[in-house]
Design a protein around this ligand. Structure first.
Ligand code: IPE
Ligand code: IPE
Ligand code: MG
Length: 243
């Protein structure tokens, strides 16, 4: 049976989060500049979005640029920004055609006006789409997210609008408010760490790591991750017998 046929369509995650890693090493292995790796990563983004939409997955969060990535060489940061603008421009009509909504999480205020405008236009244009939601994590870090939630709660608390914070209230202040927590997190390139991705939201996610570098990731690789997910028994602290 093929990987997709093997999938139980009634047990798919509602939200998949991806750390798209390994573009630089992919390019280096081929004797090219890092930016060439990033360029080739765009095709993998396209395939993954398509696969998730076809399977009617609700949310796909893609870690595209971390808070820490600002510290890379200026040339690479600029190249990534240009690539982002270019990809949004090119992909917006396809998103609309396929009923895909774009959202962003992260400290996007740090971006230039040009990047912010492109991003916000695409978010506004696709806001009525009801199919897959693609969430771009941009200038994002899990610690940033938790801190901005704490600060927002502190402000409301000072105004007397919040008395006590429970999990539900806290989650309403995270950048992912209203989204289900990811049940599956995929990281490419053979690194086994979270690199400050959705720290709160991944509390109970299944973690899937593959040695494939991001530009080589495709639908088949995505199906492999989903098959892995379906092979796990999700116990949430209970015993096997209780499941
Ligand atoms: C992931 O690939 C893309 C971004 C972080 C923007 P990398 O650029 O981290 O590639 P490696 O990990 O250096 O190979
Ligand atoms: C994480 O990858 C960030 C993104 C994929 C956007 P990095 O390549 O920046 O993370 P580290 O440096 O390996 O932890
Ligand atoms: Mg990396």
């Amino acid at each position: 049976m093929s990987l997709i046929e093997n999938l139980n369509k009634s047990n798919l995650p509602t939200h998949v989060a991806v750390i798209m890693d390994g573009n630089g090493r992919w390019a280096k292995k081929r004797g090219k500049m890092r930016l060439w790796g990033h360029r080739n990563g765009v095709e993998a983004v396209r395939s993954t979005i398509e696969a998730a939409a076809e399977l009617q997955i609700g949310y796909l969060t893609l870690y595209a640029f971390s808070s820490e990535n600002w510290d890379r060489p200026q040339e690479e940061v600029m190249g990534l920004m240009d690539l982002l603008v270019e990809a949004i421009e090119k992909e917006t009509p396809k998103l609309l055609k396929n009923n895909i909504r774009l959202q962003a999480i992260g400290d996007t205020e740090r971006f230039s006006e040009k990047v912010k405008n492109k991003l916000n236009n695409c978010i506004a244009e696709t806001s009525q789409c009801t199919g897959l939601t693609v969430v771009l994590a941009l200038s994002y870090s899990g610690q940033w997210d938790i801190l901005q939630a704490v600060n927002s709660i502190a402000r409301l608390s000072k105004q007397g609008e919040i008395e006590e914070v429970d999990r539900e209230v806290f989650e309403q202040h995270l950048s992912t408010a209203g989204m289900p927590s990811p049940e599956l997190m995929i990281r490419t390139s053979g690194e086994y760490r979270l690199s400050n991705f959705l720290l709160w939201q991944l509390a109970y996610a299944e973690l899937y790591f593959t040695d494939v570098n991001w530009p080589d990731f495709n639908k088949e690789e995505f199906y492999k991750a989903l098959n892995y997910y379906q092979s796990r028994e999700r116990r949430f602290g209970k015993t096997s017998e209780q499941i």
